[in-house]
Ligand binder design. Structure first.
Ligand code: NAD
Length: 455
């Protein structure tokens, strides 16, 4: 069994040396990471292809370009973000110095998931570096080729004491979690999120949990349907549906369902041709366990589109299911594959009732051109985030916090929110020592009497 004492000891000593507090050092490490993405783009794309049969274009959009833009954004803003904040003061503190210092937590642990094996790990790592922490980097073992890339290549670009990579599955991670970290950032399932939270609790370690769940997608009759269908199917099918913010299921009227199904058939033909399996533009299911799980879920309701599969390639045709019931397995667990059930509701009110009877989703999608309908969902539901008239794209807006609520997670990141996640806001009051200052402050001293008033 792996022993992580040495790794942690080296990281602790590195943090104690103060080198990650130096903003130029952080900047240099981030520049190195950016160079790593640029110099190894082809190897990254190959690793993703080997793990997920991910098309190159998708890997560029959702991993390498995303990670590069994230670092560029951090580098552009870093000198502002690290500055101590000077909040506006009340009259009582007019002569004092009131500041909030942006302090790193210390040695933090970042644990990634397999579905976007690079960016889900390395974007929070970049935020943690920017905030001045040492970071233990733990890739998901399930995307084995990407984990190998991270273990072999990242250490060539980053300081090895401050930013060690550790590999392994559940038992190694359990061992790692016995160590005391100053912050834990976890991305993965809600089930494992609870294990991580319990382990963190032992040391009262603060955590961010980026979890999953079922993200609903409501469509009303006011939308331009062809555009809505394309945006929903794209969000469902990138990475073969293995996306935490994929629209999980659709809520719409029976009439809208029929139109949606007809448009979807047409769009799928336009994107993937007559023989979808031979298209190079659709990823595959990550492993046999998930493939079998998804085939089981396809037994719910009735197949309206697709329905074919091939175990030898872990291929599942983009599939739309209708006539599903609320307690069918497909409506109870996160799908995480290219299967899209439609559940019929009569109105936005019905949809809200359906959503509120379930756990709070990571994201709520609505397609409508009516502001009133949008407001009904904004004020009537809880979710990590919302995206109106599109899917997935909110993830790429670096001024929006990304994270869940309730069972879909706690905490958030991206851009400045990522920096703040890995930063302890250390408040500091610097009192004025002058005679005037002391006179103003003296009301607090005994003997207490009404005459002295309050301070
Ligand atoms: P996974 O199996 O790769 O697990 C995630 C991490 O947890 C891995 O590093 C793994 O080694 C570790 N792990 C697994 N079992 C463990 C255990 N028993 N103890 C300690 N560590 C353990 O990924 P997954 O959990 O299958 O990921 C899919 C889930 O993640 C989905 O529910 C998805 O919605 C969610 N997800 C959420 C986000 C988000 O940003 N909110 C992003 C991607 C995925």
């Amino acid at each position: 069994m792996a022993n992580f004492d040495d790794t942690l000891q080296r990281a602790r000593l590195a943090f104690a040396s103060g080198k990650t507090r130096n903003v130029n050092f952080r900047r240099k490490q981030l520049e190195n990471l950016l160079r790593c993405y640029e110099e190894n783009e082809n190897d990254i794309i190959s690793a993703l292809e080997a793990d997920l049969r991910r098309p190159k274009q998708e890997s560029l959009i959702v991993e390498t370009e995303f990670m590069k833009n994230d670092i560029k954004h951090i580098l552009y803003h870093l000198s502002d973000w690290v500055k101590a904040e000077k909040p506006s003061k009340s009259i009582i503190n007019v002569m004092d110095d009131v500041q909030i210092y942006n302090d790193p937590f210390g040695v933090v642990l970042v644990i990634g998931a397999w579905n976007y094996p690079l960016q889900l790990l390395l974007v929070p790592v970049a935020s943690a570096i920017a905030a001045g922490n040492c970071v233990v980097i733990k890739p998901s073992e399930i995307a084995g080729n990407c984990a190998k890339f991270i273990a072999e290549v990242i250490p060539k670009y980053l300081d090895n004491d401050c930013y060690p990579v550790v590999c392994g599955g559940p038992s190694e991670t359990a061992e790692l979690l016995k160590q005391r970290f100053d912050y834990i950032f976890y991305t993965g399932s809600t089930r494992v999120g609870k294990i991580i939270h319990a382990a963190a609790n032992k040391h009262l370690t603060p955590t961010t949990l980026e979890l999953g769940g079922k993200s609903p997608c409501y469509i009303d009759k006011s939308v331009e349907l062809r555009t809505a269908v394309k945006r929903i199917l794209w969000g469902k099918l990138i990475n073969c549906g293995q996306t935490c913010i994929a629209p999980d299921y659709i809520l719409c009227s029976k009439e809208m369902q029929d139109k949606f199904v007809a448009e979807a058939k047409d769009v799928l033909k336009e994107w993937y041709g007559e023989n979808i399996q031979s298209s190079p533009d659709l990823s595959r299911v990550i492993n046999t366990n998930n493939f079998q799980r998804l085939i089981g879920l396809m037994k719910s309701g009735r197949v309206a589109v697709g329905g074919k599969y091939d175990a030898s390639e872990r291929y599942i045709e983009p599939t739309i299911l209708v006539d599903v019931k609320p307690n069918d397995p497909i409506m109870e667990e996160e799908i995480f594959g290219p299967i899209l059930p439609i559940y019929n509701v009569e109105s936005a009110y019905d949809a809200i009732k359906f959503i509120n009877a379930r756990e709070s989703p990571l994201v709520l999608y609505i397609f409508t051109s009516e502001t009133e309908v949008q407001n009904l969902f904004v004020n009537g539901t809880q979710s990590g985030g919302m995206c109106v008239n599109d899917t997935i794209m909110h993830y790429a807006v670096d001024v929006l916090p990304f994270g869940g609520v309730g069972m879909s997670g706690m905490g958030s990141y991206h851009g400045k929110y990522g920096f703040d996640t890995f930063t302890h806001k250390k408040s500091c009051l610097g009192k004025d020592l002058s005679a005037v200052g002391e006179k103003l402050a003296s009301a607090r001293y005994p003997p207490y009497s009404d005459r002295k008033g309050s301070f």
